[in-house]
Design a protein around this ligand. Structure first.
Ligand code: BTN
Length: 250
């Protein structure tokens, strides 16, 4: 498969989780830009300890990055990746189809989740990242039922011919472009690009943080990628980790 320069692809048939395999390889010294791809995962993992539905036919991969920055700065890569996947999928679906991002890094087609991203990292004693792993799943041909947030697949949204490989190639092309912008200009350009693709700005949303649900207006994201929500009391809260839902759900 042709990928942008600087990336190296490892393809596996079946693995527990490409993030687990990428971590093992990162600890063994795999170079930055290594991509671990598998056709199937037996223990695919989502954010916040959830399972990730991982049968054959969908896309599962993890990109190993070694960046000379702190874990907090590295969080920018979460928004780089979501923006890149949003652009990659927008180029695959039919032109009038709505492809958006949902904080922090879900990709929605017609308001249903088609792709999720799980970032994991290890930091050295000096606070610099030793490695950062960007784990990406895309529902290409099938999607799970009974999810908390409605799910979809590219096939369900009318894309008949796309294969997992095509999506990976398109993602890597856009990732390289947005990564270069992040490296050269910092987070601010990425923040603007992400906001331009975001769903729910100015709308009332519910955010679940450690089991508690807050309702308020989705104002913005902060310089650190946090979600800024204005509560009915007028107070603005800044959230670093949580799950976002439209106000009429949960
Ligand atoms: C989420 O939305 O909860 C994040 C989902 C991330 C899933 C991908 S699939 C490839 C990689 N390997 C994993 O075990 N998880 C990520």
């Amino acid at each position: 498969m042709r990928l942008p320069p600087g990336f190296k692809l490892i393809t596996l048939e079946k693995v527990d989780s490409t993030n687990n395999e990428a971590k093992r390889r990162a600890e063994m010294g795999a170079v930055s830009g290594t991509i671990v791809h598998a056709s199937e995962q037996t223990h695919g993992r989502g954010r916040r300890g959830r399972q990730w539905y991982s049968p054959k036919g969908n896309l599962y991969f993890s990109l190993i990055l070694r960046l000379p920055c702190s874990a907090t700065e590295g969080l920018g890569i979460s928004f780089v990746s979501a923006t890149a996947m949003c652009d990659a999928l927008a180029g695959i679906v039919s032109p009038m189809t709505e492809v958006t991002v949902k904080w922090p890094n879900d990709i929605l087609i017609n308001r249903r989740k088609v792709s999720g991203i799980l970032l994991e990292s290890a930091t050295g004693l000096n606070g610099t990242l030793r490695w950062l792993i960007v784990g990406v799943g895309v529902n290409v041909s099938s999607f799970p039922g009974e999810t908390e947030y409605p799910a979809t697949s590219l096939r369900y949204e009318g894309v008949t011919g796309a294969r997992p490989d095509d999506v990976l190639r398109a993602f890597m092309r856009h990732f390289k472009r947005w990564f270069d912008i992040w490296e050269n200009d910092g987070f601010s350009s990425i923040r603007t690009a992400w906001l331009n693709r975001a769903t729910g700005i100015g709308k009332t949303i519910k955010v679940r943080v450690s089991g508690k649900v807050f309702e308020g207006e989705f104002l913005d994201i902060g310089d650190d990628g946090s979600l800024l929500v204005e509560r009915k009391t007028g107070e603005t809260i800044s959230i670093m980790t949580g799950d976002v839902f439209p106000s009429d759900e949960i």
